[in-house]
Structures are given as structure tokens and as C-alpha cells.
Design a protein around this ligand. Structure first.
Ligand code: PLP
Ligand code: SF4
Length: 467
């Protein structure tokens, strides 16, 4: 496009406004953290921009222990906070791994309230007891796995887990049964990057003509070497039945520097996307921003590298208390994602994962938020709020619950296209329930009764709503 092709409208009169002008503070989504903000963290005071942008430096300097955390944060946090972290990490099912990027955007003046700290660094005083209905691998990914690391739940799509490591570890990981190092609390199922295991997965995918859509997750595709991205991508593209694939990575949200300085990795992804385009197949990147604070000038530049190469990015968010459960926080996230050209795809109700009840919210909160958010951005930038119902029903739109009792916090979903004639139950965190509901969960003899009420109620509603 040349400048001369732009229409000069400076002499046109501005029409009389109908809508009130938007106050500048309502455009906060465009104000991205920039400059050398990391230097205010004592451990990074001497780190220049080139170093901070170096993805290898980011990986090597990630914080993996309470001791390292203290070295980096120094006097920005209190002794009481450090003690709280030490105890929190001892109890957590996930090992700790936090990139310097995340460390630099945590609000160390208010670490308890900080949406980034809450996701990655456990503190003992916030922990709450697990829900009685919670179990490791609540999504039953292992039950639907014909071979280790491949989950085939839906008809035409499968989830491939080529490895079990990530650039960071999230406290709330749904796959805490496999991801990360063994901890004091959990011995993990190993999913090492292993070509023999991958070959078995590819053979299964090739043997099922109905499989068109492959999610490559993990672990995290950020930790796949460039050559592995190419091998996995090209192998899947070579299968005639595979029409769509997505590389899933939390990377852009937790270490956008890799998109800026790991040229080999971005080039490998680009090659796969271009080969897909040549074959008429769809290859995308899926990422996982949970809070608008995670989107900085580095995220914008990193995503722009992908946009320039025609690589589309979608986002999946987990709804979390104190992270994104207010209308302001979620709207800001959705608008900021749109601003950097990332499509907000899903917001998930938090899975029932051990030791993160402090992060879960009620279904009512999710339903309310959905209404607040819808209409604030384009439809394709507006996430669908879903509940990945425990037991393997897959993702259901939260408003489609067949039953919801706000006192007991039990909701029920059906998934006719996935597992017909079954009911799937989700449970609000007990601390969010009214006193009556909390009392019933405190009494073990009430548990079966609450489940039976939900079952009977759901069946009646399904009958009543049948078209
Ligand atoms: C989420 C998921 C998929 C992909 O589902 P979409 O709704 O298409 O994003 C596929 N397989 C499993 C097991 C999943 O959990
Ligand atoms: S990046 Fe994803 S797979 Fe890895 S720990 Fe976080 S939530 Fe789990």
C-alpha cells in the first residue's frame, strides 16, 4: 500500500456523536508495560535489555526454589512471606519454576493479591482443603488414552502429549499427575520425549480415519526442540486424515522472549504452518494467558513476529479467584488479547486439581462473568466459557448445565456427542458455598444424598427441556 492510496478525510466534518465518548482510562487495555521494568527487582537490577530478551537466559535463570526466590526478590518481600512460600512449596503437588519474566511482573509490594504470584508460587496460608470429590487426573485423560500420552475422547480430535516439561510450572496444572518433577507430594507418570512412544501415537492416529484434529500439548510445545516441532508437525501433516492441528504452549504468556530471540524455533513452527497452508490444512498456536498483567510490550512484539508470518494464535484462560474473576479483570484481559491479535477462545471453569481450592470459583461466578464480558469485544474475540466436566464428558458451555444447586454447589452436565446417556458432575469450592451447603459437605453421610438430589434433579430438567 502506498501513502497516496489513503483517502484524505481531514476536510470532512465529524458527525454529531450518538454514543458518549470513551474515557481514556477505559482504553487501559492498550497500555502495555514497557521500558526496562525488570530492573526494579533486585536480582535483575543489572540485567540489560539484550540479556532479558535472550530466551536461553530466561530459561537458565528461572526460579526453581524458595532459596532462589529470596536471592532474586531480596528485600522487596518480607520474612513472613518467604516463610509462607517455603511451607507452601513443601505442600504443593507441582514443582516450582518461574521465569524471570514472570518474576519481574509480580507485584512484590502486594504479593498476596498479585494475580501472577497466585498462579505460580504457592503460599501455605492461602491453601484450603481439597474438595471430597477431587481426584488426581480428574479429567480422566489416562482412561481415554489408547497409548501413553495420547487421549482420544472426542470423535474427530485427539490430544497428543509429546513431553512432560514446561517452561514454567503452574500451581493449578490439570496434568499435575504427569507434568514436572516428582515432588514431596506426588510421584508423576513419566511422559518423556521419546520417539518410540511418539511413533505408537502416530500409528494410532493414522489408523483412525475419523481423527482430523490433533492438539499437540504436553507439557508444553515451547520445550520441544525446533527439530521436534518440525518432525511432529510434518509427520502429522503427512497423514491424509489429519486436517487441523494446534501446538499448545503457555510460552507466549510466560516467556514471550523466546518468540523474539529463538529464531530456530519460530522458523520451525513457520515451516509447519506454511506446509499446512500449502496442503490446505490448518495449523495454529494455542496459548494460555490468564491475566492482563501477563501481556506486556514483549508479548506484543513476540506475537507480532507470529502475525507477520501468518501464524494465528488463540487463547485459553482458566477462571481463577483473585486472578481474573472480576468483570474488570476479565474484560481487560479479553480486550488486551484482542489488541495484540490473539483470539480469546475459551475460559475454563477451574478443574478439580489437588491443593488449589484457593484458586477455584463457583459456577455462578463463571455464569455471571460471562454475561459481563459478552459484548465488550468482537464475537471472535469473546471467549466461550466452558466447564471440562470431571469424568471425561469434555468441555461444555457453562450455561448449558442441566442442573445447578447453588447451596450444595453441585452442577450436572450431559455430553450427548461425546458420552451419551451419562451425567457429569462439577463441584463449586466449598468455601464459596452458603453455610448450609458447607455444613452438608462437612457431614460425610450427606454426600451421597447431595449427589442423588443432583442426579434426580438433572434427569427431571432434561425431560422438561426436551424439545
Ligand atoms: C480440549 C480437548 C480437545 C480439543 O477440544 P476443542 O473443544 O476442540 O478445543 C481435544 N481432546 C481433549 C482430550 C481435550 O481435552
Ligand atoms: S504450562 Fe500448562 S501443562 Fe505446563 S504446568 Fe502450566 S498448565 Fe500445566
Amino acid at each position: 500500500m502506498t501513502i497516496s492510496s489513503i483517502i484524505d478525510f481531514t476536510d470532512a466534518s465529524i458527525p454529531t456523536p450518538i454514543k458518549a465518548r470513551v474515557a481514556p482510562e477505559r482504553l487501559e487495555h492498550r497500555e502495555l508495560l514497557s521500558g526496562e521494568w525488570w530492573r526494579k527487582v533486585p536480582g535483575y537490577a543489572e540485567v540489560d535489555e539484550a540479556t532479558f530478551l535472550d530466551h536461553k537466559w530466561q530459561a537458565k535463570n528461572s526460579v526453581t526454589s524458595a532459596k532462589k526466590l529470596r536471592e532474586v526478590v531480596g528485600d522487596l518481600a518480607t520474612e513472613a512471606f518467604y516463610a509462607d512460600v517455603e511451607e507452601g512449596l513443601r505442600l504443593a503437588p507441582m514443582s516450582v519454576r518461574v521465569s524471570p519474566y514472570l518474576m519481574s511482573i509480580i507485584d512484590w509490594a502486594e504479593p498476596y493479591g498479585c494475580p501472577v504470584r497466585r498462579q505460580f508460587i504457592a503460599v501455605a496460608t492461602s491453601l484450603r482443603g481439597d474438595h471430597p470429590k477431587l481426584g488426581l487426573d480428574s479429567l480422566r485423560e489416562q482412561d481415554d488414552a489408547p497409548t501413553p500420552g495420547l487421549t482420544h475422547r472426542y470423535g474427530d480430535k485427539a490430544l497428543f502429549l509429546p513431553l512432560d516439561t514446561c517452561p514454567v510450572y503452574c500451581r493449578f496444572c490439570t496434568r499435575s499427575y504427569a507434568i514436572g518433577l516428582d515432588t514431596d507430594q506426588v510421584e508423576k507418570v513419566a511422559l518423556r520425549p521419546n520417539r518410540e512412544r511418539w511413533k505408537t501415537a502416530f500409528a494410532y492416529i493414522a489408523s483412525r480415519p475419523e481423527l482430523e484434529d490433533i492438539v499437540i500439548s504436553g507439557g508444553d510445545a515451547y520445550n520441544l526442540r525446533a527439530e521436534w516441532i518440525r518432525e511432529i508437525g510434518m509427520t502429522l501433516l503427512s497423514l491424509p486424515n489429519v486436517r487441523r492441528m494446534r501446538f499448545a504452549t503457555k510460552g507466549p504468556a510466560v516467556m514471550p522472549q523466546k518468540l523474539i530471540t529463538d529464531h530456530e524455533w519460530v522458523d520451525a513452527l513457520t515451516e509447519v504452518v506454511e506446509e499446512g497452508r500449502r496442503l490446505g490444512k490448518d495449523v495454529m498456536l494455542h496459548t494460555h494467558f490468564n491475566s492482563a498483567h501477563e501481556i506486556t510490550e514483549h508479548s506484543r512484539i513476540g506475537i507480532q513476529r507470529l502475525v507477520e508470518r501468518g501464524i494465528h494464535v488463540r487463547n485459553q484462560t482458566v477462571l481463577q479467584a483473585g486472578v481474573n474473576d472480576s468483570a474488570e479483570a476479565m474484560t481487560l484481559l479479553v480486550k488486551r488479547l484482542a489488541y495484540i491479535n490473539v483470539h480469546a477462545y475459551y475460559v475454563y471453569m477451574h478443574d478439580l486439581v489437588p491443593m488449589v481450592e484457593d484458586l477455584r470459583t463457583s459456577l455462578a461466578q463463571g455464569m455471571w462473568l460471562e454475561k459481563q464480558v459478552r459484548g465488550s469485544a468482537a464475537g471472535f474475540n469473546t471467549p466461550t466459557f466452558v466447564c471440562d466436566a470431571p469424568g471425561g464428558g469434555g468441555k461444555r458451555a457453562i450455561h448449558s448445565a442441566d442442573y445447578y444447586d447453588r447451596v450444595t454447589g453441585v452442577s450436572v452436565y450431559t455430553a450427548p456427542a461425546v458420552r451419551p446417556n451419562e451425567l457429569f458432575y462439577y463441584f463449586d469450592p466449598i468455601h464459596a458455598l452458603p453455610a448450609e451447603g458447607q455444613a452438608r459437605w462437612a457431614d460425610a453421610s450427606e454426600h451421597d444424598k447431595m449427589m442423588e438430589e443432583a442426579r434426580v434433579g438433572a434427569l427431571a430438567n432434561i425431560e422438561r427441556m426436551r424439545p
